[in-house]
Design a protein around this ligand. Sequence first.
Ligand SMILES: Cc1ncc(COP(=O)(O)O)c(C=O)c1O
Length: 426
Amino acid sequence: MKLAIDGGTPVRSREQAHVQWPVWGEEEKANLRAVVESGVWSYSGPFERRLLAEWREYVGTNHALAAANGTVTLQIALEALGVGYGDEVILPGLTWQATAAVVVDVNAVPVLVDVEPDTWCIDPVAVEAAITDRTAAIIVVHLYGNMPDMDRILEIAHRHGLPVIEDSAHQHGAEWNGKKTGSLGTIGSFSLQLSKVLTGGEGGLLTTDDHDLWERMDALRNCGRRPETDDDAGKGSGAYATDGDLIQSGNYRITEFQAAILVAGLKRLDDQNAQRERLAAKLDDYLETVPGLSPMKRDPRQTRRTYFNWAFRYDAETFGGGGVATPAFRRALSAELSTDFEQCYEPLNDCTLYRPRTKKRYKINESHWAAIDPSRFHLPVCTEAFINTSVTTHHSFLLGGEAAYGAFVEAIEKMIASVERLRNAS
Ligand SMILES: Cc1ncc(COP(=O)(O)O)c(C=O)c1O
């Protein structure tokens, strides 16, 4: 049986692997038409208001807000909390660059800490060790289907009087002890970018229970204006709320077109999440049976798991008797399944897309310039995951049902049967 990397027939073809993402239907089209014909193309129109009401209800918080993307939602969260120059923000070294970049953008210092080896989420011990009298906030990231130990994180934050921002860009609908992501910390932030499990093409959502934070975040997304009243909303271009002395800001608003797509997509979210969760659980069970492959930790306190990416851990010393290097394993699996299986994020202490010292605007003074140098952080667990152990794929793989499961098992068995060749490919 010739491996696909050697020109053999893959276990599944591109056509068989294809899963439509994003998913849309008649409702998206009808909603978009309604927006076009209403002339209310932005500015807290009826779809945006409906989205916020439904998201509040879904997450279980008092307030929700929409903004342009899941990067500016993080920035707005930090600014609403008053984080700025002289402050430090603790965050995991393994995440998309935006989580750290926004901290630099508000003139604060990102303090990168290591993650836990079985969840790749922020390590509470490292968080506690990093707290100083300058620490102003902790950002946790729910990543690769996992959540950090939220009980410990929230206990540490509470004891030190620190706010917690949940970067939930990857996990819409996951739950810790029955509470949804975005409702556990002080502020929740979600990305709605095209590849995410809830998408408006672009977009972001914020959640909080705190009325004052909501008011500031609403102003921050909307040029500093005070939140609108019901009378202001939905009038279309030019119908602005009252100005007023709350906080300086710019325009980070979402459009009504995005909201129109999102209210339709939200109806599908739970069903798609359940499909992904079912298949991931079955795949995780299978991984337990294969020497050299391990699922991520399944903490029973995480009562719902949602997946932007599905991930597992690879051990090159054990798989197939050993000797197949991780890049060769990822390449061979990708070729057999006609689906990309990749590394996790690059650790932020050496990440090609996180280079804060390429912008002069951050050179406030020499000590700040030194403090924002990411290479000063030591992140061995992040580095080990990136280089040696991580295998990750986009959530659309988990929408492939039984056929995807069967193909995965067949691909692994084929690779084990051809292990000698894979050793040579390493
Ligand atoms: C963990 C994390 N945080 C924040 C973001 C930023 O979201 P956006 O792309 O909507 O700006 C992303 C995007 O991928 C992300 O993965």
